[in-house]
Design a protein around this ligand. Sequence first.
Ligand code: GTP
Ligand code: MG
Length: 322
Amino acid sequence: MFIDRVKILVKGGAGGNGCSSFYSDKMSRNKIPDGGNGGDGGNVIFKASRNVFTLLDFKYRHEFAAASGKHGSGNNKRGKNGEDIVILIPLGTQVIDETSGYLLEDLNLEGKEVVVAKGGRGGCGNHTKREAQPGHLGEARDIILDLKLIADVGIIGFPNAGKSTLISQISSARPRIASYPFTTKDPVLGVVNTEEGKFSDDSFTIVDIPGLIEGAHQGRGLGDKFLRHVERTKVLIHLIDMAGTENRDPLSDYEILNKELGLYSKEILKKPQILVANKMDLEPAKDNLKRFKRKFKNKIIDISAKEKNNLDILIDEISKKL
Ligand SMILES: Nc1nc2c(ncn2[C@@H]2O[C@H](COP(=O)(O)OP(=O)(O)OP(=O)(O)O)[C@@H](O)[C@H]2O)c(=O)[nH]1
Ligand SMILES: [Mg+2]
């Protein structure tokens, strides 16, 4: 299961109490205060990691608390600090304070950290010649984790257009492929390693999302919520089933999908698109492509994801766009 929004409670550890203690000076019989300070409570820290893919773990565990500081003791001994806890969070997660709605951090870089709940300070011991103080409570707050995957390229299209077939041919990802709509139910990330010399020399990441249909903005099909995972991409591959399987018309598919994109967000519609005609190995695709080119003047790359035709041309175009 892919989970991309959760609410959790984080609590910093409490500070340890300051100690009240005296030792007697044998010569003068004076009582000299020697209570040590309490240790500080541990912090709760979130750290971005590309090895964590979903927020699923947080669906089952909602509360994270760091350790308390130990109390101070006599002979000026300071209590030990409570240990911090560091929780690995999927790269691309936005950390939001629930009460204020304020964005605390965007964990958009590998290893980036944010302290979400500070531990309380330890109380002062009476060695300061003041009364010993209790430790302070740690911070506690409700946090919303909102994951928006980070990838260079997103693939959008109708169900069955061949999105998963394409990502499985050009990247490391191995999603399920089947001839029925909505095979893909969760986003899938893949890495494309471009061969040096042939394409450009660096790799890029690509995300496959569930198919969109007319009315997706009203929740039809699987809805349009998965578009959040292409919001941060630099380029979209708009994949069209040019063979018009299930009697669909590729020309109206193209228009409907762009309309749905615009209804989701104007920003996403402004993203550069690479138009791709898929299933060109099937007979009706050739005529449909001719009609398509007559109506729309945009550049379009014709491929067969299944037969691996022209995938090198497509990867080259993606590298250029990136
Ligand atoms: N002939 C032909 N069939 C293809 C091609 N690409 C994909 N298919 C077939 O089309 C069907 C759907 O492919 P998928 O890759 O699962 O399509 P999808 O866009 O990921 O579909 P959803 O996950 O449901 O949105 C499968 O039966 C594929 O084998 C192609 O280039 N040519
Ligand atoms: Mg799919």
